[in-house]
Design a protein around this ligand. Structure first.
Ligand SMILES: [Fe+2]
Ligand SMILES: [Fe+2]
Length: 201
């Protein structure tokens, strides 16, 4: 992954730590279920990394602080390790505390925390270019076949069922979460195809 390799050593270290949190979450509560732990591992590989890569590509096109964007991208779903509900709110707190603990400074911690907080466009809406980029990349990542493949492995469902079940979310995210016209245009055809193939007749 070319883009991922471009980040500095300190962020690379952080990425390792966040990956480890997804790969080896606390085996209590929601993560007592081994399937959930497998899901989190897949989620890192098939979703978070896709979001990080798409975010970096957009950072080159649309600007913003590249470090904030990358850190925000790799931490945007960290809340899912700890909660099935409101993972944006949970993740914002976790991201802030973790970044301060690792010496990133309060400004960076706040910026990355806000990315996690508004990435779903539910509790809060993206305002900065960094927040808009990660929210858009998150919506775009839902078009990745690997995302569904990763979910299908753990859900024991086939690809077609998963895509069909996620169609509503996919379209909603496309309409509400992609903040850049060029990206929206790029996926217009794909949305049409998804609708045509998977919509119940
Ligand atoms: Fe999320
Ligand atoms: Fe996400």
């Amino acid at each position: 992954m070319l883009y991922v390799r471009m980040v500095n050593a300190k962020i690379k270290q952080l990425e390792k730590a966040i990956k480890n949190i997804h790969y080896n979450p606390p085996k209590t509560g929601i993560n007592a279920d081994p399937k959930r732990r497998e899901f989190l591992k897949n989620f890192w590989d098939y979703h978070v990394m896709t979001v990080a890569e798409a975010s970096q590509k957009m950072a080159v096109k649309y600007g913003g602080d590249k470090d904030i964007i990358y850190i925000g991208a790799i931490m945007h779903d960290i809340g899912l390790v700890y909660s099935k509900q409101k993972h944006d709110l949970v993740g914002a707190v976790k991201a802030y505390n973790l970044l301060v603990k690792k010496g990133f400074g309060k400004k960076m911690a706040r910026a990355a925390s806000n990315i996690a907080l508004c990435h779903r466009c539910k509790e809060e809406f993206p305002k900065t270019v960094e927040e808009k980029i990660v929210a858009s990349a998150d919506a775009i990542a839902h078009f990745s076949p690997a995302y569904y493949l990763g979910l299908a492995v753990i859900a024991n469902e086939d690809y077609k069922d998963l895509a069909k079940n996620n169609l509503k979310k996919l379209i909603k995210d496309y309409n509400n979460k992609i903040f850049f016209e060029a990206e929206k245009k790029k996926f217009k055809k794909v949305v049409k195809a998804f609708k045509k193939i998977f919509r119940e007749k």
